[in-house]
Design a protein around this ligand. Structure first.
Ligand code: GLN
Length: 209
């Protein structure tokens, strides 16, 4: 991709891929554009070279996972993630990142050592909003939009719990992999996307040094 030289380094180095088979990928793209970041829709392994990070959107994890597998994106993305490419998944995206999905053999990336239970809040509260705060994001609370959300049931000791709601982790990180059970892309609050871009920036800085 051709880029001008008049951008600050931090923006010039960010090209974020958004897996765009199904779900709310457009909302992630809009949020990233709002942050001055270039994006590329990912539907094929050929879309991965040159990316500095990848986002997996919310949607239907079985559909997204099946299409990722069919078009070879799962294997190609796993290989890039093994080299340290940062990946951020929200809701269905988190499910696709999980090592284990309770009672499911659906295709996944398996990059995050957590087990998740899909649609785990039950029928009465399928969708809800809840505010939470986290020392990582300063004093102001964040708003979590939960839509048929998964719950993280277990996690390995290396997983950082970045935000907790009702004593359960809702935003977790392991190395360069970030996962949220909710949808930051459906709010106006850009703090979690900016956190991911900081992770991307840190990986880039390390490569240059
Ligand atoms: N329930 C969906 C799934 O299991 C996830 C919902 C969402 O991404 N909002 O894939």
């Amino acid at each position: 991709m051709q880029q001008g030289t008049d951008f600050p380094t931090s923006l010039r180095t960010h090209l974020i891929g958004v897996v765009s088979f199904q779900g709310d990928f457009q909302r992630h793209i809009s949020m990233l554009h709002g942050l001055g970041v270039e994006t590329r829709e990912v539907r094929d392994p050929a879309d991965l070279p040159g990316l500095h990070g990848v986002v997996l959107p919310g949607g239907e994890s079985t559909t997204i996972g099946m299409l990722m597998e069919r078009y070879g994106v799962t294997e190609a993305l796993k290989a890039r993630a093994a080299e340290g490419l940062p990946v951020f998944g929200t809701c269905a995206g988190l499910i696709l990142l999980a090592h284990d999905i309770l009672n499911s053999t659906q295709p996944r990336l398996g990059l995050l050592p957590v087990s998740v239970e899909r649609n785990a809040y039950g029928r009465q509260v399928e969708s809800f909003e809840a505010s939470f705060s986290s020392p990582v994001f300063g004093e102001t609370a964040l708003e979590g939009v939960f839509i048929r959300a998964p719950r993280i049931r277990t996690w390995s000791s290396e997983v950082e719990l970045l935000a907790i709601l009702d004593e359960e982790p809702i935003l977790v990180r392991s190395g360069a992999i970030l996962g949220a059970t909710f949808h930051p892309e459906l709010t106006q609050d850009t703090r979690i996307h900016r956190y991911f871009l900081d992770m991307v920036q840190a990986v880039q800085a390390k490569k240059r040094s």
